[in-house]
Design a binder for this molecule. Sequence first.
Ligand code: F1P
Length: 350
Amino acid sequence: MIAAGTYTQTEIHSQPDAWRQTLGKLREQHSSLRQFYTAGQYESVLFTGCGSTYYLALAAASLFQQITGTPARGLPASEVWLNPAAAYPAKQRTLLVAISRSGETTETLHAVDSFHQQANGAVLTLSCYPDKALATAGDYNLVLEAGREDSVAQTRAWSVLYLGVVGLILAANGDEAAYEALNRLPGAGEQILQQQLEKAQQLGRSTQLDRFYFLGSGARYGIASELSLKMKEMSLTHSEPFHFMEFRHGPMSMVTPGALIFALLSDAQREHEMAVVNEMRALGGQVITLGEQDADITFQSGVSEPLRNVLYLPFGQMMAFARSLSKGLNPDRPTNLETVVRLSNGVSAG
Ligand code: F1P
């Protein structure tokens, strides 16, 4: 029998290698992706997915609009499928970017089909398995096989697909030179995985903590949401994500000595973010800060702010993993969850 957590552990710790492979592949496809994107003359971009990949869509939309200046939003695939009029303007040129690790999630496949039938635009798919339905369903299909996984909760897949979004942004902007900086990410990721493992385990295993709040602004809100989901799926612990400044507007009522405030600090809004963090510390909450420098966990990557976001992931993933094992759970097989949600006539086929 395979020990609990074997798959997830391997997937978390092999991320830097997977990032290297993925960055190489994205660079190879830079020109064709750029050609596809510019030919479409899109007025807006709609990112979609389910669960983890919906949170990725949120991060992607924020980052895409911030860097390219083209309007972008992120929605669950069920909304694109079932509520198309509210999801995108039928007459405008829209690019739908459908993201799925498995390439088999029913809602995501339905979103692509209905968009093809009703929208004025094209579909780009981002997935990990070349032989699954989504990998041939788009007008451009980007398959990042380094993200394939054996466990249910996404870790390596999420960071690999996130880099796929960064590749799309660089293609949209015609910025191939940025790959030089991105190539520093795997080394920085290795440092975090090696040097911060103990700290992540210590926090994850803490019996004093009973609730986790992940705070992030901009694209980091999607990342905070994904890390919060990891904590729920793997360790069955109460956990929620918030935009930094939103935390004061009610949620801070929940701060006790058993609360961990997990702060994904930016450089640009650091002063405002640290003010929230310091107030929560004063209320008795525990705090861990992550950032390029001057934080509890530092990246020291030398990569510019919008491009280095993937580095927030490993520490939070290791923390959720350690908590899962310390509670006697199996991080590879979260309670009640399957790898893929398949629907038949709108209800779960599983
Ligand atoms: C999406 C997803 C996962 C979740 C679970 C069910 O899958 O919601 O995020 O962890 O395994 O499916 P996918 O479309 O990205 O494969």
